[in-house]
Design a protein around this ligand. Structure first.
Ligand code: S3P
Length: 181
């Protein structure tokens, strides 16, 4: 029996949370759940429309409630939204029972991955690279505070998945820094 109930992927937009989460769930035979998708389904409108019509605080409250629900469950791989770290209570709740892993990537790699995406209201319009670096700078300390880190810049989904499943299975691996048991 694993000492963690869930695996929770945290990180800035475009760091690979969804792609890695899906691969990880299939490899470990766990259930994949994407928080943004659940919110979209429940609200019956896309994320940019939720931000435009209800505002960001409303979206953050939906995230907060969903964290409460998911932290009580087990057998999940959860891909969180990039802003989940804004409320420290979210990470504290997930960390009570889950293995929380923060994915990171360089701003250049993030830009490449999100360049043509229209579904991220916080990066919409104007200079995307500037938006990414500005937002990353305001949040960096929050992402960096998570003990288990994987830099996805130069890794394939398979490599990232391999590292996280090794952690999950209780093995050690060289790629995760500062992981505290
Ligand atoms: C956000 C990231 C998005 C989504 C929303 C806000 C953020 O999720 O939750 O647009 O504040 O960083 P992804 O990280 O999956 O893009």
């Amino acid at each position: 029996m694993n000492r963690y109930s869930n695996i929770v992927l945290v990180g800035f937009m475009g760091t690979g949370k969804t792609a890695v989460g899906m691969a990880l769930a299939s490899e470990l035979n766990l259930r994949f759940l994407d928080m943004d998708s659940v919110i979209v389904q429940r609200e019956k409108k896309p994320i940019p429309q939720i931000f435009a019509e209800n505002g960001e605080p409303y979206f953050r409250a939906l995230e907060r409630n969903l964290v409460g629900e998911l932290a009580e469950q087990s057998g999940l791989v959860v891909a969180t939204g990039g802003g989940i770290v804004l409320n420290p209570g979210n990470i504290a709740d997930f960390a009570r029972t889950g293995l929380v892993v923060c994915l990171s990537a360089t701003p250049g790699a993030i830009l490449k991955r999100v360049e043509h995406d229209t579904n991220r209201p916080l990066l919409a319009g104007g200079d995307k690279m500037k938006k990414i670096t500005d937002l990353l700078n305001t949040r960096r300390h929050l992402y960096d505070a998570i003990p288990c880190q994987v830099d996805t810049t130069n890794l394939t989904v398979k490599e990232i998945t391999g590292r996280i499943s090794a952690l999950w299975r209780g093995n050690t691996f060289a790629g995760a820094t500062q992981f505290q048991a």
